[in-house]
Design a binder for this molecule. Structure first.
Ligand code: SF4
Length: 485
C-alpha cells in the first residue's frame, strides 16, 4: 500500500482527491510519498490551468510544473473545469510516483461515460482518442478498447424511451467464495431466512409489476442475480420466475438467470427456466482448476461445471454466459490459459473476464491477495487473452472497473455478435432505468434528458428485507413517481 505524508497544508479537496486516487490504483504497490507542496491555479485570462508540486517517493525527489491549456477549448463547459482541476492533481501524483498506468488518471467504475461525455461535447473520434491518451494518460490499448466498445454499444443506446430493466437480488449461496463482496448469505447458516425473504419478494414483484403497467413502463430485460438464484429449491425457483412474468409476457424480453454455482443447476431448475422463457443463463466457473476452486471457497469441481454446461446446452437456452477471474492467489498464466482454452471450446455466447479486486468485505486478507501473479504478468495475459477471444469470434461489448482492481485493469464482457446482453449494457453504462427488487438491490433512475442517476437501495440482510419491505413499498413508489413526473 502506498502511504502519503503531507509536509505542507493543502486544501481539503486536494487531499481528498489524492487519498482517493492512491487507494484506487495498484493496490499491491508499496512505498511512502512525501508531498512537499502542491499549488494549482486557473489562469486569469481563461487560457487554462497550471500546477506546481514537489514530492519524494521512496527516496526519489521530483519537482513538477504541469499545464492544461486544452481545457480552454470552447466545447468544454464550466463544470468540466472543476473536474480537470482534480484530474491535473491525479496526473501530478502519477508523475511524483513515477508511474504509468493502463487507465492513466481514471479511477471511475465506468470509463466509457467519459467517452460519451466527450462525444456529446462535440469532439470527433480522433480527437477523443488523442485526449484519452494525452490528457487522461490512457495507454493506446485502453483508448482503442473504449472506442471499440462504444461502436458495439451504439445500437443499444437507441432503445425506446419507455423501456426499463428489472434486477432481482436473491442473496443466498451454497457457501461464500473467499473473494466475494456481494450480499450472499450461505444457506447452511441462513437457510431459515429464505421463506420470509421470498414472501417479501413476491409482494415487491406484484406491487411493482402493477406500478410499471399503470405508469407505461415497458420492461425489456429482467436479470435474476444475487447470490445464486438457482440455490433456491426448484419449487421456489419456479414460482419466482412465474411471478416475474407479470412484468412482461413478451417472448422477446431478455430474461437472465444467474446460476453461478454449477452444482445448483439441476434438470428441475432448467425445466422452470424453459417453462417461464428464460433465454440467458450464467454458469460461472471462474477457473477450471480444482485446487483453485477449493482455494476460493467453492464446494464443487470442474467436472460439475462441464456437467452443468452440458445440461444447459441440452435445454437449449439461447445464451450461455461464463465468467472467468484472472489474478486469483496461486494461479499462473498457464492455469489461466488452460481455463480459457476449455471455455473457448465450450463456446458460450457470452464470456466475461474479471480481474480480481481486493475488497474489504471479502474473507481474503491483503497477504493472500499479494500471492496472485505480478501485475505486469497479469496485464500481459489479459491483453493476449483479449486478442485470442476476438480472433475466436467474440467482441468486447461492455466493461467496468473496480476500486483497487489488480494491475490497474478492468472487467470485460465479450459476446458473439448479436448475442450481447441488453441488461449488462444498460446497467453498466447507466443509460436506462433499472428497477431493483429483492435483497441488496439498487434501483437506478436515469433521467433520459440529463443522464443524471438517482438511487434507491433495498436492505441487504434477508431478515431485514423480509420484515421491512412490505412497509417500504409505498415510499419507494412515491420516490419513483416523483421522477416520472
Ligand atoms: S457465487 Fe457469487 S455471489 Fe455467491 S458467494 Fe460466490 S461470488 Fe459471492
Amino acid at each position: 500500500m502506498i502511504r502519503v505524508e503531507y509536509q505542507a497544508a493543502v486544501p481539503d479537496w486536494v487531499r481528498r482527491t489524492i487519498d482517493a486516487f492512491i487507494i484506487s490504483i495498484v493496490p499491491r504497490a508499496e512505498g511512502l510519498l512525501v508531498l512537499g507542496k502542491i499549488d494549482l491555479s486557473r489562469e486569469p485570462d481563461g487560457s487554462g490551468l497550471s500546477l506546481r508540486a514537489d514530492g519524494t517517493f521512496n527516496g526519489e525527489h521530483r519537482e513538477l510544473c504541469l499545464e492544461d491549456r486544452e481545457i480552454a477549448d470552447p466545447r468544454y463547459q464550466e463544470a468540466d473545469w472543476d473536474k480537470r482541476r482534480r484530474e491535473l492533481v491525479r496526473g501530478a501524483v502519477l508523475d511524483l510516483l513515477g508511474l504509468k498506468l493502463p487507465w492513466g488518471i481514471l479511477t471511475g467504475v465506468r470509463p466509457s461515460k467519459l467517452y460519451r461525455h466527450l462525444q456529446q461535447a462535440g469532439f470527433s473520434p480522433e480527437e477523443i482518442a488523442t485526449k484519452l491518451q494525452e490528457v487522461y494518460r490512457l495507454s493506446p490499448e485502453k483508448a482503442a478498447l473504449l472506442q471499440e466498445i462504444d461502436s458495439v454499444q451504439a445500437p443499444f443506446m437507441r432503445a425506446e424511451p419507455d423501456g426499463i430493466g428489472v434486477y432481482v437480488g436473491i442473496p443466498f449461496c451454497p457457501t461464500r467464495c473467499r473473494y466475494c463482496s456481494f450480499p450472499a448469505y450461505p444457506l447452511g447458516t441462513h437457510g431459515h431466512l429464505v421463506a420470509g425473504f421470498l414472501r417479501g419478494l413476491a409482494e415487491e414483484i406484484r406491487f411493482f409489476a402493477e406500478f410499471c403497467r399503470n405508469n407505461g413502463l415497458r420492461v425489456q430485460t429482467v436479470y435474476v442475480g444475487g447470490g445464486t438464484p438457482t440455490s433456491l429449491v426448484p419449487g421456489d425457483f419456479g414460482r419466482l420466475l412465474m411471478a416475474l412474468r407479470a412484468f412482461s409476457t413478451e417472448d422477446d424480453m431478455e430474461f437472465t438467470v444467474e446460476a453461478g454455482r454449477p452444482e445448483t443447476v439441476t434438470p428441475e431448475h432448467l425445466q422452470a427456466c424453459l417453462d417461464w422463457g428464460v433465454n440467458r443463463i450464467s454458469v460461472n466457473p471462474q477457473t477450471l482448476h480444482d485446487r483453485t476452486l477449493q482455494r476460493i471457497g467453492r464446494c464443487h469441481t470442474s467436472a460439475d461445471i462441464f456437467a452443468a454446461v452440458a445440461r444447459v446446452r441440452e435445454a437449449r437456452i439461447a445464451v450461455l454466459n461464463m465468467d472467468l477471474i484472472a489474478g486469483s492467489p496461486g494461479e499462473t498464466t498457464r492455469d489461466l490459459d488452460e481455463t480459457l482454452d476449455q471455455i473457448l471450446t465450450l463456446a458460450p455466447e457470452n464470456l466475461t473476464i474479471h480481474t480480481l479486486a481486493p475488497k474489504r468485505a471479502a474473507q481474503w486478507d491483503e497477504e493472500q491477495f499479494q500471492e496472485g501473479m505480478a501485475d505486469p504478468e497479469l496485464a500481459d495475459w489479459l491483453e493476449q487473452a483479449g486478442q485470442r477471444i476476438r480472433q475466436a469470434g467474440w467482441r468486447p461489448y461492455y466493461l467496468y472497473r473496480q476500486r483497487r482492481i489488480m494491475a490497474n485493469q478492468e472487467n470485460i464482457g465479450y459476446a458473439v455478435p448479436g448475442r450481447e446482453s441488453l441488461y449488462n449494457i444498460w446497467m453498466m453504462e447507466e443509460t436506462k432505468t433499472v428497477l431493483g427488487l429483492g435483497g441488496g438491490a439498487i434501483t437506478k433512475w436515469v433521467d433520459q434528458r440529463t443522464g443524471s442517476v438517482e438511487r434507491w437501495s433495498n436492505p441487504k440482510c434477508p431478515a431485514t428485507y423480509g420484515q421491512r419491505i412490505s412497509a417500504s413499498l409505498p415510499e419507494k413508489a412515491k420516490w419513483l413517481r416523483a421522477h416520472l413526473n
